[in-house]
Design a protein around this ligand. Structure first.
Ligand code: F6R
Length: 231
């Protein structure tokens, strides 16, 4: 396996990270208006979505021709749930810009069967992909997950239903009203779907990501730290 050295950029504050990530998306869309872009949810990219929405409001960019894929979605979850990634994406980005509904894909948390939904999602990624650009966050603490590819995820993994690790469960519980509302699993793009992307940037903020970033850059490449497969 060929190993790549990721380019590392350390910035002074959250806003600088948001601006840096935003510049990748803007440059990609300007260069190729019909790009395919994979997006994350979570707290880390919120500032990026605000800046991207501002760029659109100020008429500096259009997302009309872009195809967006999301990395993951809880399963099962109602699209209308404020904790769903479907809701997150509409709320923080899609409803603020000119992205047509038919150009955005998020695994369907309302699907009857997560395995069938995962297959459909893989087919969509194959049809429209590979992504020209993928933006990732990294799971906190020792999860080092990308998407919801938790510890143990395989290099060849594709979109599939996964169980969330205890650490992910405990971290993300705050996004749900109560314990019983939080699904125990999710549908996530697999490591191989992510690695198919022509360009990948991973953004990390705050001390809870320090262990994972160090592990990913300096440790061995393997399923015990799924983000290490980026190398
Ligand atoms: C979310 C996703 C996850 C998050 C990660 C970090 O779509 O794919 O891998 O990027 O859990 O989440 P935050 O940004 O909330 O720390």
């Amino acid at each position: 396996m060929k190993e790549y050295s990721p380019k590392i950029k350390i910035l002074d504050d959250d806003l600088s990270v948001d601006k840096y990530a935003t510049s990748f998306v803007i440059n990609q869309v300007r260069l190729q208006p019909s790009s395919v872009i994979t997006l994350p949810t979570g707290s880390t990219p919120l500032g990026m979505y605000t800046l991207l929405s501002d760029e659109y409001s100020n008429k500096r960019i259009s997302f009309k021709l872009v195809t967006f894929f999301n990395l993951d979605e809880y399963w099962p979850i109602k699209k209308s749930s404020p904790s769903s990634y479907y809701h997150y994406m509409n709320n923080h980005f899609f409803n603020k810009v000119d992205s047509p509904y038919e150009n955005r894909f998020i695994p369907n948390g309302e699907a009857d069967d997560p395995n069938i939904e995962s297959k459909k999602y893989n087919n969509l990624l194959e049809k429209y992909g590979p992504s020209d650009l993928t933006i990732l966050g990294i799971g906190p603490g020792k999860t080092a997950h990308i998407g919801f590819n938790e510890v143990g995820s395989d290099y060849n993994s594709k979109t599939r239903y996964v169980l969330l690790s205890k650490e992910t469960h405990d971290t993300n519980l705050k996004f749900f009203d109560k314990e019983g509302d939080m699904p125990i699993g999710a549908i996530t793009q697999g490591i191989s779907n992510i690695l198919n992307s022509k360009k990948i940037i991973l953004i990390a903020k705050g001390v809870s990501k320090a262990w994972g970033i160090n592990r990913v850059i300096n440790g061995n490449i393997g399923p015990d730290a799924p983000a290490s497969f980026l190398r």
